[in-house]
Design a protein around this ligand. Structure first.
Ligand SMILES: [Zn+2]
Length: 97
């Protein structure tokens, strides 16, 4: 399976906004769009041109969560799978050298 944005293989894709947008669309069922220009997503927050945001009919647009580098956002993905009865196995390692 290749990234729909950059064509990188899933196993070789580095953590990036591109990967975050792929997760948003493919896993989280969000409508992730690349911002054609800076857009306002909160009282004091803007999405830069070329970054990814989620468009919603009911809510204000918001920045695509940093699923690939933010552990809290990554846990949202795990929760999303669990809610849909997918078996999620979390591996733990004893540190890195
Ligand atoms: Zn990509």
């Amino acid at each position: 399976m290749n990234c729909p944005h950059c064509e990188t293989e899933i196993d070789e894709h580095e953590a990036s906004r591109c990967l975050d947008a792929w997760v948003a669309k493919a896993v989280m069922d969000e409508l992730a769009l690349m911002s054609p220009s800076p857009i306002y997503v909160g009282r004091f927050d803007w999405v830069k041109k070329g970054d990814w945001y989620v468009a919603s009919e009911n809510d204000s647009p918001y920045r695509v969560p940093y699923y690939s580098v933010n552990i809290a956002a990554a846990w949202e993905v795990v929760g999303h799978f669990s809610e849909r009865q997918y078996h999620v196995e979390v591996w733990e390692e004893d540190g890195f050298d």
